[in-house]
Structure formats: structure tokens, C-alpha cells
Design a protein around this ligand. Structure first.
Ligand code: NFS
Length: 665
């Protein structure tokens, strides 16, 4: 059936559980209680509702008398499901890519000395990116290069012909596949418009063709808009490398001014971080009776400042209202995407200021302080000062902060992963490929995406990743998925000892990494594409992403951005599995196109599988099949594990003679 009922167990996060109970005590609604009250429309949920024109909306529900219903115009269930899916993918692509466009304008303002507070933090990456964009670097200043790079990036959005430049970063084989199928995006905006046009009433009516078009649109996200966004963020705010920080609602402080940053863009949040560290601002907070200023993030803005500035995270998407429910948030400042409208009303129940900042996002009841990169630091100072002024209004009788916090190590950019396997001079993906080829690692998995109250909060992320670790599958995570497992300690080196199979444990010990690598925000899923491409070109694992024993999973997805990501991973050759429920369930034809059909032509596929255990089963079967296709030794769980720290600890329990004998025979 379509959307599942709301689960009895709402969350596995003890802090979230505490605050859900608190909301019930206070009589306030949350996403959890609203989901329980709102039965999903079963027709829309499975993609069988067509709202493309005013002759309907048409509900294509089969009956005994009419097993193959069509819309007023004659549209079939396949056409309708495909059109709905294509539009979701286009909206997701638009959101991610527009985030990239805004960064390009900030980059341009930096080059022209018009962006207050910003600078080029990673000039090396600027030069690497200049190479991708065909911008000359020799004998030129950073600002000169930056101006040309920003201008070239902006041009990618409005380009009408040819190919987006970043497509050339894919493997040769992948580029050939895309060219043969006419899947290389021409320009980012053009592909989004193309999908909106062809899904208008009376246009493209061939489900296969509609979905092929949506693959090209998704590639305009993964291999253009979002990938450029990641690179520009690294240039402006620094390429991430590991740092220790904390996650969950316990990061909020009872005796400090708390500012929560929610949304997706790194631009204003970076300035808020800077403003909050200014000695005069800290003194001002103290003058109001607070011990200091405490910043925390929610959702992907959180991931941006977590991995670069070490700012703690109050949690993922479903934590957003629960954070306000603590009663200690002076200001929640939001930019774009995944911001629940309910926050505005909830903030009025406490003393919290709710501030919108994007020219694209206004929310009734919120104060709007519009972001402008030319005066970003001034705006950030104003937001921080207003929050400090609001500290005295805190209603101490409603304060309740859960104590739960966990440490995590975020910041595994593909540059750092390369560096950690060999250092500055010898860094490469060779050790990772070797580990997979030998069977020490069974494969790799990206477990990403949202939370959704239709399934137990965080449970899918946690259960699936733990199973992968047990089966020696190295995991990378981004977005809310990364924040989920950070709460349960999986993004720490210690997790290797506790949860991993012996082969994965050895790899983690040898390199000194957690078994789950935090690779950033959702836009940064493109970092996973870069890692996979580097692995494919390193040698030994075939010649393309589709040859690698790996999978991509979004167990608790809810947003259209997730569908865009799923589609571009499939178009890049990855087997992608989504949990929760299937928005294409109404059409067997569409289900088949996106699985078997796509696999035949692009090597990757997108399937909706609501059962977590089945996701793991299909993933491991796929990984093993890819190993066999590469003629690698079949995975054997007990083959490795006779070296590393665990082995040394075991040996240390034995008398010296036995230790020597065990080690040297
Ligand atoms: Ni991704 Fe990040 Fe989270 Fe889902 Fe929303 S915050 S961009 S869409 S909910 S992972």
C-alpha cells in the first residue's frame, strides 16, 4: 500500500522522545502529532493523481469494472506517475541548483571586493575548480581567477547548448553512456524548464521518454548545480577536514544565548558564526546576564557549519520543532528548504524570535531580515545582537533541555579521504580499492537523506547502517542521515570496535577513521560522486561507477531534493534504494522503467522498498553481484581480522611466549 500509517514508536532518539512527550504535556502540535492526524491521500501517495490541468484533477483508481482508468484527456496511469515523478525531480534539481547559483553570485561579489566578511578560504581549490571551468590560472591573482570562475559558473545556469562543464569530470565510459542517450545536461535552468514543459498537459506522454528527460534534469543537479555548489562552498568557507564536535538537543545551553541556524546555505550562517565570536558581542551577552553565545544548527545548514567551523548540531529535520520546545532558543534563523511552517506559530509560544532571511522565503509571523552578501556581516551582527537582547525575555518556567549529546567526527571531503590514505605526497584511493578487491571490505554504501514521521525517526538510518558495518561495508553519510547516526555514536572511531565486521575494523584502525564517514550536507552528495569516480579511475574496480560494489540508500526520504539525488545517482550508475513508500506504486510500468529499464541503459536504478531488512538484503546481493562481475574473491566475513588493534588487545592477554608464537609462528 501507499504511505504507511504513523509508527507507534515515533523516534529512537531519546532526546526527541523526551521533547515529543513535553509537547504533549504542553498541548503543542509537532510534525509527529500532525502526521498521526493526517491520513495520507492514498491516490496521491502512489502517484495516481493528475493535477496538470483543470479538466481534473483526475484520480486514476482502478476498479473491477475499469481496471485501466485514464484521465479526462486519456492519460494513463503510467503517464501520470511518470509526469509526477519527473516534476518532483525537477523541483529538487531547482532547489539544489539555485542554492549553487546564489553561491556563485557571492563568489563573484568576493572577487569584486563587494562581499562584506567573505574571503577566498581555499585558494588551492579555486585553482583546481578553475581547471574544470577552463579558466586560466598562470600568473593571475586569486581574485582574477575567482571572478572568471564565478562568471563561468553563473553562465552554466543559463546555457542553452552544448554540455555542462562538470560532466567532463565523470569517467570516460559514463560520459559515453550519457552522450549516446542524449543525457548530458545542456544548461541547468534549461533542463528544469524542459521537464516542466514536457510534463505540461498535452506534451510528452511516453512514460519512458518522460523519465529519460528527468534523468537528464537530475544530472543538471548532481553533475552541475549541486556539484558546483559544493566546490564554491569549499572555496569560500574551506574544504572540510575532520574535527570533533557534538550533536543532539543537549547542545543547547541553559545559561547562554542560544541561536539556532536552520536551512541549507552556508553563507549567512558563516557570518553568524563570525559575529558571535567577536569579543564585543560576547561581552554584550554577558552584560545581559548570559555566560556567552551558543550557536547550534539544524538540518543541512547545520552540516555546513558543523564540518567547517565545528559548530554543534541540535539534530536533523525532525528535531527542528523539538529544539524550540526546549524554551531556550532566543532566535531561530532560517534561510531556505526543509523549514516547517509550524515553527512560526510554535515560536510565539515561547520567547523565540523566528527570523527568515532569504529573498525567496517569507513565512507568515516571522521577522524578515533579508540576506544581502554585500552587507552579510552587518546583518549577522544584527541577528546576534537581537538574540542577545531577547535573552532576558526567556520564560524560565518552561525551560526543559534534554541532556543527550554525542560526539562525532565530521568533515570527510573527497580531498581529505584521498589525503588520509597516503598523505600530501602519496595520497590516493589505492588502499580503499585494494581493501575492496581483497574482500577486507565487502563494498561501500552511501546512506543519505531525510527523516519522515511516517517511519520511526532515525531508525531506518541506524538499523541499515549497523547491518552494513557488521557486513564490512564502509558507509558514507550526508544530510539528515549523517546527523541521525551521529546521535548514536556511529560517526566515531570507537564505533569501528563495537559494530564493525573484522575486515572493516582493520581498515578503520589502519587508516584511523570512523566506519561511517560524514561527507557533508545534501548538496554534498556530489562529493560521493567524486569519490566513486576516483575509485573507478584508480583501477581494479572496473572503469566506471556502475562497476563498483556499492549502493545508495535514502531510508527515510521525504523531500523532492531526495528524488533528484536518487535519480542522478541512478543516472551515474548506482543502485539506489529508497524507503518509506513508493510514489510510483500506481504504475507497474513506471516501476519497471526506473528499475530494470534504467539499469539496462545507465547501469543504475531507483527502487522504493519500504522494508529496511529488504533494503539491506538487496544491497548486499547487489554488492556481491558486482564483486563477482569484477571477478573479485567472494566476500567471506571471517577471512580477515587477524591484525589491527583488536588482535593486539587479544594477544596482550596472553603470556609473552604465546604472543611471540602467534605473531611470528
Ligand atoms: Ni536533504 Fe538537507 Fe534533511 Fe532531507 Fe532536508 S535538511 S537537503 S532534504 S530533510 S536530508
Amino acid at each position: 500500500m501507499a504511505n504507511p500509517p504513523v509508527p507507534e514508536l515515533k523516534t529512537i532518539d531519546p532526546a526527541a522522545a523526551e521533547m515529543i512527550k513535553r509537547a504533549e504535556e504542553l498541548g503543542y502540535s509537532t510534525v509527529f502529532s500532525r502526521a498521526a492526524k493526517m491520513a495520507p491521500c492514498p491516490i496521491g501517495a502512489e502517484g495516481a493523481c493528475c493535477q496538470m490541468c483543470n479538466m481534473g484533477p483526475c484520480r486514476l483508481v482502478p476498479t473491477k469494472a475499469n481496471p485501466n482508468p485514464v484521465g479526462v484527456c486519456g492519460a494513463t496511469r503510467a503517464t501520470v506517475a511518470a509526469r509526477n515523478m519527473a516534476r518532483h525531480i525537477a523541483a529538487g534539481t531547482a532547489a539544489h541548483s539555485d542554492h549553487g547559483r546564489d553561491l556563485a553570485f557571492t563568489l563573484l561579489a568576493v572577487a569584486e571586493d563587494e562581499a562584506q566578511g567573505y574571503e577566498i578560504r581555499d585558494p588551492h581549490k579555486l585553482r583546481v575548480v578553475a581547471g574544470y571551468m577552463g579558466v586560466k590560472v598562470d600568473g593571475r591573482t586569486d581574485k582574477e581567477i575567482c571572478k572568471d570562475v564565478a562568471t563561468a559558473m553563473i553562465a552554466e545556469f543559463g546555457k542553452q547548448k552544448g554540455e555542462v562543464k562538470y560532466a567532463s569530470r565523470a569517467t570516460k565510459k559514463r560520459q559515453e553512456i550519457w552522450r549516446q542517450l542524449d543525457l548530458v545536461p545542456r544548461g541547468i535552468d534549461r533542463e528544469v524548464v524542459d521537464t516542466l514543459h514536457r510534463t505540461h498537459m498535452g506534451d510528452d506522454q511516453d512514460a519512458n521518454h518522460i523519465l529519460l528527460g528527468s534523468l537528464r534534469t537530475s544530472l543538471a543537479d548532481g553533475w552541475a548545480g549541486a556539484m558546483m555548489a559544493t566546490d564554491m562552498s569549499d572555496i569560500l568557507f574551506g574544504t572540510p577536514s575532520p574535527a570533533v564536535t557534538q550533536v543532539n538537543l543537549g547542545v543547547l545551553k541553559g545559561d547562554e544565548v542560544n541561536i539556532l541556524m536552520h536551512g541549507h546555505e552556508p553563507t549567512l550562517s558563516a557570518m553568524i558564526v563570525r559575529a558571535s565570536m567577536e569579543p564585543a558581542m560576547i561581552e554584550y551577552a554577558k552584560s545581559k546576564g548570559a555566560k556567552g553565545i551558543n550557536l547550534a544548527g539544524v538540518c543541512c545548514t547545520s552540516n555546513e557549519v558543523l564540518m567547517r567551523q565545528g559548530i554543534p548540531s541540535a539534530g536533523n529535520d525532525l528535531n527542528q520543532e523539538l529544539a524550540l520546545m526546549t524554551g531556550v532558543v532566543e532566535t531561530m534563523v532560517v534561510d531556505v528548504q526543509c523549514i516547517m511552517q509550524a515553527l512560526s506559530d510554535l515560536a510565539t509560544k515561547f520567547h523565540t524570535k523566528f527570523v527568515t532571511t532569504s529573498p525567496k522565503v517569507m513565512i507568515t509571523g516571522a521577522e524578515h531580515i533579508e540576506f544581502d552578501e554585500h552587507h552579510a556581516l552587518d546583518l549577522a551582527r544584527r541577528i546576534v545582537k537581537d538574540a542577545i537582547d531577547n535573552y532576558v525575555n526567556r520564560k524560565t518556567n518552561v525551560v526543559q533541555i534534554p541532556t543527550h549529546v554525542s560526539d562525532l567526527v565530521p568533515g570527510f571531503s573527497h580531498e581529505y579521504i584521498r589525503y588520509m590514505m597516503g598523505g600530501q605526497l602519496r595520497g590516493s584511493f589505492r588502499p580503499l580499492n585494494d581493501a575492496i578487491m581483497s574482500g577486507r571490505l565487502r563494498g561501500v554504501a552511501g546512506v543519505v537523506g531525510c527523516n519522515n514521521p511516517r517511519v520511526t525517526h532515525d531508525k531506518g538510518h541506524y538499523d541499515i547502517v549497523k547491518e552494513f558495518l557488521k557486513n564490512d561495508v564502509l558507509v558514507v553519510q550526508t544530510g539528515c542521515g549523517a546527523l541521525a547516526n551521529a546521535k548514536y555514536g556511529l560517526l566515531l572511531g570507537e564505533a569501528a570496535m563495537e559494530y564493525c565486521g573484522p575486515g572493516l575494523r582493520e581498515v578503520c584502525e589502519a587508516i584511523g577513521i570512523p566506519p561511517v564517514l560524514h561527507m557533508g550536507s545534501c548538496v554534498d552528495n556530489t562529493r560521493i560522486l567524486t569519490v566513486l569516480t576516483e575509485m573507478a579511475t584508480e583501477g581494479g574496480l572496473g572503469e566506471d561507477i556502475s562497476d563498483i560494489p556499492g549502493v545508495g540508500i535514502a531510508p527515510e526520504w521525504m523531500s523532492e531534493k531526495a528524488l533528484a539525488i536518487g535519480a542522478y545517482f541512478a543516472a551515474s550508475g548506482v543502485y539506489v534504494l529508497f524507503g518509506v513508500s513508493s510514489p510510483i506504486e500506481s504504475s507497474d510500468e513506471v516501476v519497471k522503467i526506473m528499475s530494470e529499464g534504467w539499469e539496462k541503459i545507465v547501469g543504475g536504478k531507483l527502487e522504493f522498498v519500504p522494508d529496511d531488512a529488504e533494503i539491506v538484503r538487496r544491497s548486499l546481493a547487489h554488492i556481491d553481484a558486482k564483486r563477482a562481475a569484477l571477478k573479485l574473491p567472494p566476500y567471506q566475513g571471517d577471512k580477515y581480522g587477524k591484525s589491527g588493534d583488536a588482535r593486539m588487545n587479544e594477544l596482550l592477554q596472553k603470556p609473552l611466549k604465546e604472543r611471540i608464537a602467534a605473531l611470528y609462528g
